[in-house]
Design a protein around this ligand. Structure first.
Ligand code: DX5
Ligand code: ZN
Length: 216
């Protein structure tokens, strides 16, 4: 089943509760929370206190995407704040520290995910894949909402689907960046089952219709 995860990056941060309620009413399955540190990516967004406030105003599953350097340092803080799933970028630390971040997620009882920048090959997940709940394939350079979908990432999505089918069929495959009513059918055809959408949902006059359109 396809899950739609609106990204609050495109919400009005001064009216977050209102904007979260809007997508919850509109049929969102998950809520995607983009954490950026100004180092791993040029932009800065939010930290554990905001996740804690979000947790207090919704029952939606919180999918927390860490675009930060050395994420192992912050797994516990985001788990305590109420994250249900945390994704760490493979490019954000040495492999031993990524493995440590995943162990930390186990210890904290959150779902485990890794994320890949567009430059990273699908096979880079192999050392971790068997233990993951989700793999996130970026379909834009991480850092900002509202960018154009990178067509060439469809191939990475398809390769990732093949790896997941072979090594861990229960693992979800999420795509993030430039997903809208036009690109959604293509990422789904390539094998994605979880779609993040920021501007396509929050930029729409009718978020419920936008979410339904993404589901196809
Ligand atoms: C980008 C973030 C995305 C962003 C997607 O670095 O990881 O989650 O919110 O925004 P859209 O859907 O507008 O491309
Ligand atoms: Zn994201």
């Amino acid at each position: 089943m396809i899950k739609i995860a609106p990204s609050i990056l495109s919400a009005d941060f001064a009216n977050l509760e209102r904007d979260i309620a809007r997508v919850a009413r509109g049929g969102a399955d998950w809520l995607h929370v983009d954490v950026m540190d100004g180092n791993f990516v040029p932009n800065i967004t939010l930290g554990p206190p905001v996740v804690q406030s979000v947790r207090a105003c919704t029952d939606l599953f919180l999918d927390v995407h860490l675009m930060i350097d050395k994420p192992v340092r912050y797994i516990e803080a985001f788990a305590r704040a109420g994250a249900d799933l945390i994704s760490v970028h493979l490019e954000a630390d040495h492999p031993t520290r990524i493995a440590e971040a995943l162990r930390e997620m186990d210890r904290c009882g959150v779902h485990k995910a890794v994320a890949l920048r567009p430059i990273t090959a699908a096979r880079a997940v192999l050392p971790y894949l068997e233990q993951l709940d989700l793999v996130l394939v970026m379909t834009v350079e991480p850092g900002f909402g509202g960018q154009a979908f990178m067509e060439e990432q469809l191939e990475t999505v398809a390769q990732m689907r093949a790896l997941i089918a072979r090594h861990n069929p229960a693992c979800r495959l999420e795509v993030d960046g430039g997903v809208n009513a036009k690109t959604a059918p293509r990422v789904i055809a390539a094998g994605a089952d979880t779609l993040v959408a920021g501007s396509a949902v929050y930029g729409a006059a009718d978020p419920a219709a936008a979410i339904a359109a993404l589901r196809g």
